[in-house]
Ligand binder design. Structure first.
Ligand SMILES: Nc1ncnc2c1ncn2[C@@H]1O[C@H](COP(=O)(O)OP(=O)(O)OP(=O)(O)O)[C@@H](O)[C@H]1O
Ligand SMILES: [Mg+2]
Length: 322
């Protein structure tokens, strides 16, 4: 049997955008069978902004039900594999829906079987995570083929679709006017920006909520301005890095008699989990870190490859103000 997860691994914060995203997905789910056309929604954001967590949480609210007559899977959550084709992707879905002959047949017969299984399993919402893999595929024609194929599935089954991925995944939707029309406004999740007052307040509330969910650990008040600034600097304001540092620190402190997390523990966790990716930046948890002299940061998505046109909105300028 699997060991139960430690508390830090189970921490889940329902920050405002999380709640908005879940409500938006719920609206898509509810539109199945009740509106002339199902609502579909793209959710995009950089790596570590919490997309998978949002959709996994939503799926957990609608678990599969094992009826005598078969399994009901109202939310079908699938991860688009690397280098997909329409055929291999249809196979993935067939497999998830329990088709023992998932690899049998050509794309057309697979799509027909898939639609039949959608009906039988009463799928209302198809959620596709890592949707950018369709854009990263080797053949240039894939985004277009996928867009056509998805449009067909929506039309034939009435299933609502939510796609989640990096910003570039929106390319797929641009390929097909009819598909694009079915998708509502893009929901963007991203790094909390320190220079934006609302973001800063939300990020501090996020840290407070994390700390409240870890009452067995002694630690400095993460939401205090100075600590929040250090956490933000260490994580770019991305939830993924924030949680990596806190969870790492909790693991280090786990064997401490008081389970105490200090600045030094956080510095060690940062060194182990994040610093390797940004050796030129100073460790913000060291006493010597000058909060008011910290050089500006760039998000990983701005430094790795060509930046999206809206990336300049997200650069993190650092000034310590409440
Ligand atoms: N609301 C939240 N509360 C607590 N932890 C969270 C929350 N959202 C995300 N995390 C944590 O942050 C990490 C990154 O989240 P997640 O995998 O959802 O990001 P992502 O946007 O899907 O990233 P990628 O694009 O790389 O797949 C995970 O360890 C997750 O547990
Ligand atoms: Mg993810």
């Amino acid at each position: 049997m699997n060991e139960p997860m430690d508390t830090p691994e189970r921490v889940l914060v329902r920050y405002p955008l999380f709640t908005v995203a879940v409500a938006r997905i719920q609206a898509c789910f509810d539109s199945f069978g009740t509106t002339a056309e199902p609502q579909c929604c793209p959710i995009v954001g950089e790596s570590g902004s919490g997309k998978t967590t949002i959709i996994s949480h939503f799926a957990s609210l609608h678990p599969c039900v094992d009826h005598k007559c078969g399994v009901e899977i109202q939310v079908l959550l699938a991860k688009v594999p690397a280098r997909p084709t329409v055929k291999s992707f249809a196979e993935t879905l067939l497999y998830q829906l329990g088709d023992p002959l998932w690899s049998r047949g050509n794309t057309v017969s697979k799509s027909i079987r898939l639609r039949e299984l959608f009906r039988r399993c009463r799928v209302r919402l198809l959620a596709l995570d890592e949707f950018q893999h369709f854009v990263d595929a080797r053949q240039a024609s894939i985004p277009n083929e996928v867009a056509d194929w998805l449009k067909e599935q929506v039309e034939e089954t009435g299933v609502a679709i939510v796609v989640l991925g990096l910003h570039r995944c929106l390319e797929v939707l641009k390929q097909n006017e009819q598909l694009r029309r079915r998708f509502g406004a893009t929901l963007r999740v991203g790094a909390f920006r320190w220079e934006n007052k609302d973001d800063r307040t939300t990020y501090r509330a996020f840290l407070r909520a994390v700390q409240e969910q870890l009452p067995e650990y002694v630690m400095p008040r993460l939401a205090d301005l100075d600590m929040a600034f250090r956490m933000h600097y260490a994580s770019y304001g991305l939830i993924g890095y924030t949680m990596k540092i806190i969870r790492g620190a909790a693991r280090i402190a786990h064997d401490h008699p008081r389970r105490e997390i200090t600045l030094r523990t956080l510095a060690q966790s940062f060194r182990q989990h994040v610093w390797i990716e940004r050796l030129s930046d100073s460790n913000p948890f060291l006493e010597s870190f000058a909060v008011d002299k910290a050089p500006p940061l760039k998000l990983p998505s701005e430094t790795v490859c060509a930046s999206p046109p809206y990336a300049h909105h997200r650069s993190v300028r650092l000034e310590l103000h409440a």
